[in-house]
Ligand binder design. Structure first.
Ligand SMILES: [Zn+2]
Ligand SMILES: [Zn+2]
Length: 162
């Protein structure tokens, strides 16, 4: 599926091909909800890096999340690169050098009408903000941390791969 996306101010526009465009995975982790989750979570889609086309790339900034290891007290930086517009702050996509062929656009940055998922996965609920009461429907799957099932496997199981 062809996806068009942009930031709010319009300085950055992008397009990408996605075989896994259902916005089903709601992540409540502290990074997602702080950087891109006004409602307490963020949703990323699965797409192919080699199809990513960017206009206004000069305005794209990168945030590598600061990670704190509670066990060791060690401060590290996530390898994952969170891309956002340097002018308006809109979250755009996530890219990780460990999986360079994959890019994960934020559903919030996509202008193309996305398909409605028949069920949702709620992940990292153990990290959610106290005020967030997740709307978990009977068909949904809730997880305290990450689920085993990948974005690709979810689409395959439901026969929704594009
Ligand atoms: Zn912008
Ligand atoms: Zn997250």
């Amino acid at each position: 599926m062809h996806l068009d996306g942009s930031c709010h101010c319009g300085a950055v526009r992008f397009s990408v091909e996605s075989r896994h465009p259902y916005p089903f995975a709601l992540c409540y982790c502290s990074i997602c909800r702080k950087t891109a989750g006004g409602g307490g979570f963020a949703i990323n889609l699965g797409a192919s890096t080699d199809t990513l086309r960017i206009e206004g790339e000069a305005h794209v900034r990168t945030y590598r999340a600061r990670m704190h290891d509670d066990a060791t007290g060690e401060e590290t930086q996530s390898e994952g690169e969170r891309k956002f517009c340097g002018l308006c702050g809109s979250a755009l996509w996530l890219w990780d050098p460990r999986w360079p062929e994959l890019v994960h656009p934020h559903a919030s940055a996509i202008d193309t009408d996305l398909p409605v998922p028949p069920e949702r996965t709620h992940l990292m609920l153990g990290s959610k903000a106290t005020w967030v009461e997740p709307c978990v429907m009977p068909q949904d799957q809730p997880f305290e941390e990450y689920p085993e099932e990948s974005l690709e496997a979810w689409h395959k199981r439901l026969g929704l791969e594009r």
